[in-house]
Ligand binder design. Structure first.
Ligand code: NAP
Length: 289
């Protein structure tokens, strides 16, 4: 039975900052784990406008807050406001988890390894596979850098060309794989998909409230694809529904969300949180709201 620990002068604070922030699942996830493990910690969400980001980081350090997350739109801007950034996060150009250690703020990108773990846990083999990523934003950067050393080749489809060109150029510096950039339209996607093993959606298409939309026409999908949709609200997106009808193996975004949180949690507390229970709790909570 979990013990209720009342807030006291000993309670330690963790938090997330973003703008907007009320949609975030992180307070629910971390507070559940703190309670489950009997830790006298609380996790709060702060809406921080970009103009106040620098000030808020100074404040977090001054208040000796030991760990925090950042989300949209601060994942990139915060790179220049902390003391150290690990190699993978530097390559990605974004961080989502920070720890205060011996007076230094250290940044990591736990989205990257959380996403890779979600794929592996779903039984997806990534070694020497051909991957197609839809989108070239922050999540695409995280997952592509996490996978690039294992996979055989990568195709990236994006709506606008500048972002995708920068991503492809950065990835080639890490590993000289075959990386192809294509337009985000059915004709270009159809030409590539025949050879592809893993299709990853990193665009917000299909995300609540636009839950009937899919980023790719179901007519061009094939049953040998493993489909990973990073969107986690709804749990089963239109893309995943269509993937399942065709007979594709698939993974949704919720496992990645939980994994990125668990990696940060373990880093901050040196304790392992429960992964399976929190998934059910999040789904229950989503049904209620
Ligand atoms: P982002 O940096 O804003 O990037 C969004 C990407 O999607 C861009 O490449 C953008 O193309 C493309 N895009 C957006 N709307 C589009 C549309 N209508 N048609 C075609 N392309 C479109 O966002 P992000 O941080 O990468 O997040 C993207 C999604 O991943 C969100 O749904 C987010 O919730 C999800 N995510 C999930 C997790 C998880 O743990 N499961 C973690 C991170 C993100 P342009 O470059 O042309 O604008």
């Amino acid at each position: 039975m979990e013990k209720h620990i009342p807030i006291s002068a000993k309670t330690r604070i963790f938090c997330i900052i973003g703008h907007p922030i009320t949609h975030s699942f992180s307070p629910f996830i971390h507070n559940y784990w703190f309670k489950e493990l009997g830790l006298d910690f609380k996790y709060l969400a702060f809406d921080v406008h970009p103009d106040q980001l620098k000030q808020s980081i100074k404040g977090i350090k001054a208040l000796n807050i030991k760990g925090f997350n950042v989300t949209i739109p601060h994942k990139e801007a915060i790179l220049n406001l902390i003391d150290k950034v690990d190699v993978l996060a530097q390559e990605i150009g974004a961080i989502n988890a920070i720890k205060l250690e011996e007076g230094d703020l250290i940044g990591r990108n736990t989205d990257a390894l959380g996403g890779k773990k979600a794929l592996l846990d779903a039984g997806c083999k990534i070694k020497d596979k051909k991957v197609l990523i839809l989108g070239a934003g922050g999540a695409a950067r995280a997952i592509s850098f996490a996978l690039i050393e294992d996979i055989d080749s990568l195709v990236i489809a994006n709506r606008t060309s500048e972002r995708v060109r920068i991503l492809a150029g950065d990835l080639i510096k890490k590993k000289n794989n075959e990386i192809k950039i294509i337009n985000f339209n059915t004709q270009s996607l159809k030409k590539e998909l025949g050879d592809i093993d893993i299709l990853i959606n990193t665009t917000p298409i299909g995300m609540y409230p636009n839950i009937n939309k899919s980023p790719i026409s179901k007519e061009i999908l094939h049953s040998d694809l493993f489909i990973f949709d990073l969107v986690y609200n709804p749990i089963e997106t239109q893309l995943l529904k269509e993937a399942n009808l065709i007979g594709c193996k698939s993974q949704g975004g919720l496992d990645m969300l939980i994994n990125q949180g668990a990696l940060a949690f373990e880093w901050w507390t040196n304790k392992k949180p429960s992964i399976d229970k929190i998934k059910d709790k999040i789904i229950e909570n989503m049904m209620r709201n």
